[in-house]
Ligand binder design. Structure first.
Ligand SMILES: [Zn+2]
Length: 74
C-alpha cells in the first residue's frame, strides 16, 4: 500500500464516520481536515474514519480547496 501511507492506519472493524454510511473504514484523517468539505462526520474524536468511497469524496473536496487557494495567490 504505497498511496496514503502518511495517513493513519485503520483497525479492523472500524466503520466510516460519515453520517448514514457505516461501511468499513479504510482511511483515517485528522478531524481538522474534514472542515470545509461537505462531509458530515459523527462523533467527536480527533481522528475521522472514512471508507474508500468517502475518502475519495474528501480528497476531491480538499483538492478543490487547494485549487481555490492557488488561484487566490496567482
Ligand atoms: Zn463512508
Amino acid at each position: 500500500m504505497a498511496v496514503g501511507e502518511s495517513l493513519g492506519k485503520v483497525e479492523r472493524g472500524v466503520k466510516c464516520g460519515v453520517e448514514g454510511c457505516g461501511v468499513d473504514a479504510e482511511r483515517s484523517i485528522s478531524r481538522d481536515k474534514i472542515s470545509g468539505t461537505d462531509l458530515k462526520v459523527a462523533g467527536e474524536g480527533r481522528r475521522v474514519y472514512l471508507c474508500s468511497q468517502h475518502y475519495k469524496v474528501w480528497k476531491k473536496a480538499t483538492k478543490k480547496d487547494r485549487e481555490i487557494d492557488r488561484a487566490r495567490f496567482v
